[in-house]
Design a binder for this molecule. Structure first.
Ligand code: PGA
Length: 230
C-alpha cells in the first residue's frame, strides 16, 4: 500500500524535520511493501535521511527562468526530488490551473522521468447528477495525460470529501475505483478525501484501492504512523 501525506500549507522546515524523525521511529514495524510519500511545503524540501519518498506539491514546468514565485527543475534537482503532485483540486480551483497547463506540467515532468501523482476528482454538484456524470467528469481530467506512463500514480479525490471530515462511502469509492481501473489498468490508484485513522482499514480493504493520499490526518506524525500500521 501507498501512504501519501500532503501537508499543503502546513508545517515549517523545523517541524517537518521533527516529523520525519518521529514518523521514521514510529513506522519501523511497517510492512516492507508499504511505501510512504510525503509532500511537505516547498520551504521544507530537503535531502532527508529517511526511507520515505519526499515529493513536491507543485513546481513549474521549466528548468529555470523568469517565473516569479515558482520553482523549476534546477531547484528540485538540488535536493534530489523526483516525485511531484500534479492536478490537485486545490490547485485546479484556487490557483486556476487548467487541464492544458496540467498537461504541460505532466509532459515536462514525465520527460524528466519524475514519479507523478496525478489527482482527479469531481465537485459535489457533479456527484449529485449520478455516476455517469461523475465518470464523464473524471475521464475528462485525463485529457492530454499519458495514463500508461510507468511512473504514474493516480489519486481519486472527490472534492466534496477533501478536508470536510466526510469521506466518500465504501460504495462510492468502490464503484468509482472499479470504473477507473477499467481505464487505467495496472496503474496504482489512491483514494483521497478525509481518510483518517477511523476509516483507513475500511478504505484500504476496498478492491481497486492501492493506498491513500491524506491531508489533515497526515499532519500529526503519531496519527499518521497509526494509519500506516493499521
Ligand atoms: P484531506 O485532504 O485528507 O484533509 O481530506 C486530502 C487531500 O487534499 O489530498
Amino acid at each position: 500500500m501507498i501512504f501519501a501525506g500532503n501537508f499543503k500549507t502546513n508545517h515549517t522546515r523545523q517541524s517537518t524535520a521533527l516529523y520525519i524523525k518521529e514518523l521514521t521511529q514510529k513506522t519501523k514495524a511497517k510492512k516492507e511493501e508499504d511505501r510512504i510519500i510525503l509532500f511537505p511545503p516547498l520551504t521544507a524540501i530537503d535531502d532527508y535521511e529517511s526511507d520515505f519518498t519526499i515529493g513536491v506539491q507543485n513546481a513549474y514546468h521549466i528548468q529555470n527562468g523568469a517565473y516569479t514565485g515558482e520553482i523549476g527543475l534546477e531547484q528540485l534537482d538540488e535536493f534530489g526530488i523526483k516525485t511531484i503532485l500534479i492536478g490537485h483540486s486545490e490547485r485546479r480551483e484556487h490557483l486556476g490551473e487548467s487541464q492544458e497547463l496540467l498537461t504541460q506540467k505532466f509532459n515536462f515532468f514525465k520527460e524528466e522521468a519524475f514519479e507523478i501523482i496525478y489527482c482527479i476528482g469531481e465537485p459535489l454538484e457533479v456527484r449529485k447528477k449520478g455516476f455517469e456524470a461523475v465518470m464523464k467528469y473524471l475521464l475528462a481530467q485525463f485529457d492530454g495525460i499519458d495514463i500508461a506512463y510507468d511512473k504514474l500514480i493516480i489519486a481519486y479525490e472527490p472534492i466534496w470529501a477533501i478536508g470536510t471530515g466526510r469521506s466518500a462511502t465504501v460504495e462510492e469509492i468502490s464503484s468509482t475505483h472499479r470504473a477507473l481501473k477499467n481505464v487505467i489498468k495496472e496503474t496504482a490508484l489512491l483514494y483521497g478525501g478525509s481518510a483518517k485513522l477511523s476509516n483507513i482499514k475500511e478504505i484500504l480493504s476496498i478492491a481497486g484501492v492501492d493506498g491513500v493520499l491524506v491531508g489533515s490526518a497526515s499532519l500529526d506524525a503519531d496519527g499518521f504512523s497509526k494509519m500506516v500500521l493499521a
